[in-house]
Write a protein that binds this ligand. Structure first.
Ligand code: SF4
Length: 482
């Protein structure tokens, strides 16, 4: 048996995946091995996923972004799905989750795995539901069969909502939006109708054995995550988190890699404590958060509401951010939504990496700023997070090749381009030499220009009477009713 990355790391082996990850992260392969061995990072690499370029998820490494793709019962075919995969990878997704719930699930999943250079994740309970008339009819064997089949197909990580326990369900009573996780709601219904414990929990060790055989990484689902600010950080959420901590340790005992999923909708001031609590309860296993959205008021713009929360979460130690598109809560995202969602999340991830002082993260910003100051437009486009959009926006007003070296753009125009004015004001050494340390500022022209106004404003130029629309009044009268 080949063994999982976790088992091999514990045995002191430097796998080719670890070497590749070290190259991509610009760090030492031995450090990668240690992080994986201690469960602080995961390298999702199903043995059967041949097209994969290995990557790592952990708080000591660059923040990663996941893009959800997949069809639904009402829309999207195989070709459209593969285009979405291509768009997601093209715009920088580090992993993709195939959340298909429509037709041709196996065909779609296998195609995604065949063509994807990034890890592919799934939520197997979605497929299990498709095999029965009523979710309550799902059997333990059906669940295990679906999970094993997907593991054999090459799925790199699976969301398993094993933390939704029978005893947690009453804690969701009185919530404003109940249980909003698809997997969580299906399992809650199953538990209620069968009067039995969550089968993903009772069969967890069986699932561990399947995952160990294929090196599938757990993404322990947060089926009771809050669906609105009012439900954030409640008893149901934290009771499930305690169970996820217990399951994390069980998976580690089986040599299986683990990351843990997190909320959802969380006010900004609660995000850091949510991350710290997960890290504490789950022994530092990588935290994979959905957003979180920091306000509920902006459907149509939830890539923004959630990217704000995602930045804060990554600042506090979240390792991977699940993107949210502008269509969240409203409809299935199309290619344009995938692009917008990914841009928002790559900005969030990078902003956090810069703020967290990840070695080398700021180099990108500095290179782009230099190109901008040098009016090297083509280099600025090439360095942009979304190069195509940057160039197309510039070229909307100044399309000619001659404008690719111009010392202005249409935003301020040729006369008011502040960077051009700034450069013209400097000498050949790039310095503002007119005023130096020896300049007598009281005697210099700058002293007159910079004299601040003292006392009340000079009102001598204000006319005594003002006429507006044929009505004449004095300024004093206009303030009389204030
Ligand atoms: S015109 Fe304004 S926005 Fe454009 S390059 Fe100059 S300073 Fe920047």
């Amino acid at each position: 048996m080949v063994g999982t990355q976790l088992q091999r790391a514990r045995d002191g082996e430097l796998t080719s995946a670890m070497e590749r990850v070290a190259e991509r992260e610009n760090c030492d392969a031995e450090f990668v091995r240690q992080q994986v061995a201690e469960g602080q990072a995961v390298i999702p690499t199903n043995h059967a996923h041949e097209s994969l370029d290995p990557m790592i998820i952990g708080r000591e490494f660059s923040t990663k972004v996941n893009a959800n793709i997949g069809n639904s019962e009402t829309t999207s075919g195989l070709e459209a799905e593969l285009r979405k995969l291509h768009t997601a990878v093209h715009y920088g997704a580090d992993t993709v989750m195939d959340l298909s719930t429509g037709e041709n699930l196996d065909e779609t999943r296998e195609a995604n795995i065949d063509y994807s250079p990034v890890p592919v994740g799934t939520v197997p309970i979605y497929e299990a539901v498709k095999h029965v008339d009523d979710p309550a009819d799902i059997t333990h064997d059906l669940l295990l069969d679906v999970i094993e089949k997907q593991a054999k197909q090459g799925v790199d990580y699976m969301t398993i909502h094993a933390g939704v326990l029978m005893e947690h369900l009453p804690l969701t009573d009185g919530r404003k939006t109940g249980i909003v996780s698809r997997g969580g709601s299906i399992l809650a219904q199953w538990i209620e109708e069968n009067g039995m414990q969550n089968p993903l929990y009772t069969e967890f060790e069986e699932i561990c054995e399947i995952f160990a055989a294929h090196d599938v990484t757990f993404s322990l689902g947060d089926g009771l995550r809050p669906g609105c600010l009012a439900d954030a950080s409640d008893d149901a959420q934290f009771a499930e988190l305690e169970t996820l901590g217990e399951l994390t340790r069980t998976a580690w005992e089986h040599g299986v890699q683990v990351m843990v999923e997190g909320p959802g909708h969380v006010p900004m001031d609660q995000i850091a404590e949510n991350v710290e609590r997960q890290q504490d309860v789950c022994g530092g296993a990588p935290f994979y958060v959905l957003g979180p959205l920091v306000t509920d008021i902006a459907p149509g713009y939830d890539h923004i509401t959630s990217a704000i929360g995602a930045t804060e979460a990554a600042r506090a130690g979240a390792a991977m951010l699940c993107y949210v598109t502008p269509k969240e809560h409203l409809g299935l995202p199309d290619e344009a939504d995938v692009r917008d969602g990914l841009a928002a999340y790559r900005i969030a991830a990078h902003a956090a990496d810069v703020a967290n002082d990840l070695p080398g993260a700021r180099d990108w910003d500095d290179a782009l700023s230099e190109a901008r100051y040098e009016f090297d437009w083509q280099r600025q486009f090439d360095l942009a997070l979304d190069a195509e959009r940057a160039q197309s926006y510039h070229d909307q007003t100044l399309p000619g090749d001659n404008y690719k070296e111009a010392r202005f753009c249409s935003m301020c125009g040729v006369e008011f381009c502040s960077m051009r004015i700034d450069q013209d004001a400097r000498d050949s050494n790039g310095e503002m030499a007119a005023i130096d340390g020896d300049t007598d500022l009281d005697a210099s022209p700058a002293a007159e220009v910079n004299v601040p106004p003292v006392g009340t404003h000079d009102t001598s130029r204000v006319p005594d009477e003002i006429e507006i629309s044929g009505v004449t009044f004095t300024p004093e009268e206009s303030h009389a009713d204030d």
